[in-house]
Design a protein around this ligand. Sequence first.
Ligand code: ADP
Length: 539
Amino acid sequence: MSSVKSHEAEGQAQEVESRQIAVMQKRLRELTFLHETSRTLAGTLDLDGVLHSLLAQVQVYFEVEATSVALLDEEAGELVFRVAVGEAAEEVTGLRMSSELGIAGWVARSGEPLLVPKVCADGRFYAGVDESTGFETRVILAVPIKAQDRTIGVIEAINPVDGVFDKDAQRLLLSVADLAAVAIQNAKLYERARQAERRYENLFNEGSNPVVVLYLDGKILDVNRRTVEIVGRPRDQMIGETLSDLLGISNEACHEAIRQVLGGRSPVSEVKLQSGEDVRTLETHMVKIDYGGREAIQWLGYDVSERVALENMRAELTRMIVHDLRNPLGSIMGSLQLIHTAFVEHDETLPITKLLGVAMRSGQKLYLLIDSLLDLGRLEAGETELSKVSVNVDALVQEAAEQIQPLALSRRQELATHVAPGVNEVCADRDLILRVLTNLLDNAVKFTHRNGHIILGVERMKDEVLFTVTDDGIGIPPEYRQRIFERFARLGNADGVKGTGLGLAFCKLAVEAHGGRIWVESEVDESSQFKFTLPLGDR
Ligand code: ADP
């Protein structure tokens, strides 16, 4: 009896043990399946590839006739069968179905899994797909694919070969859907990044402007087709060179531009680039970009050669016209002088005396304007040959002051000069700098009240000589302190004061042609200080 009992107990224990082993084996198979699935999903970033591998594994593991993944197209309100595996795979792939229809539609809308053991008995089943493919759906297990709590698609496993699904199938397919969701999101992100990359590649290669991608140290990482065409050298030769090699600009200028880009600015400049026989003018723009996951700098050159050539032609034409005005004006002035000598000099009381005076003064003004415009044009075009000599600063300052003194006296102003000890000579074009000084002094007199004070001072500053014209006149508001150096810039304060608006533009060009700088400091209604420097070293 006892041996029968112990036999029974033994049998029961063995049964429990083998059931436990079976459960463990099943768990192990499930884990292996999920592990394999996640490895497959992580192994590729191509969306169709991802889904295809996923479904192939689901079909084998669940032993079903067909599987599919439909993704939700929210805008269209449709489910799109992106990938299918099984008998009617080809016909199903690409099918679109309203997300209001069928088991898949129900799962997509509710976000809940659904096991339908007998589809023909379920009102939610939509037979349209079977009708168009010829496939017969009997049993469906459908689960939602969710990303960030939103349903993005549905996985369906159809017709298990045993006729029914295992009770754990739903839980397992939901785990697969979770893995699939991450993989789908990654694949979509990757696809989007690839599209952006392809768009950039197209712009880069097919664009009509030269584009150069640089490492942060200024070395060339890539150049586009247009750059190769313009420079006329093979791409491989340019890669590894520096931007300064390519453009023939200084390393310092290049690094400064890169520093600006890294500091968040987008520097714009103009460079000349030798292209075969031609020289092209490029307006260059630099920005920081992400180039295949690494920080890089994109240099882009807009070819503005045509615009520059047109501007040069226009400037040349203007100069010719201005120049040609000088001759007829010369004849008019000569004739006026003759009339003056013939009639007025003998009889100052003649009625035409006044008129003649007006005509001659106006003619003189026109002369001044024409000469200023011609000077400016020549300086701008870099055509003015500076005849630099060693200039005695003291003598230069005295001469400028003497020229303006009568004007200052007529307005009862005090004009003083002060040359600091140690300033002896400067290397400059004497005539040009004398005209700069007289222009500044002339302005100081014009824009200072009667009884005002004007000082022309000179001092040494490291390797430069600093000239300062100070007045206690009406001053210049901060917003105009740059603009007054442009051609024809005259402020409201110049109303009723004679002038052309060209004096300061001339001063700026003349000083810069010497390698110096010019600027103004001012207190409105109190004073103005026009300052310019000339380098000492250049002899
Ligand atoms: P112009 O003197 O012939 O008008 P400029 O180019 O010499 O032309 O000067 C441009 C403008 O700058 C002047 O019209 C005036 O508005 C302003 N300006 C120049 N110098 C002074 C100054 N010393 N004080 C105040 N305003 C000045």
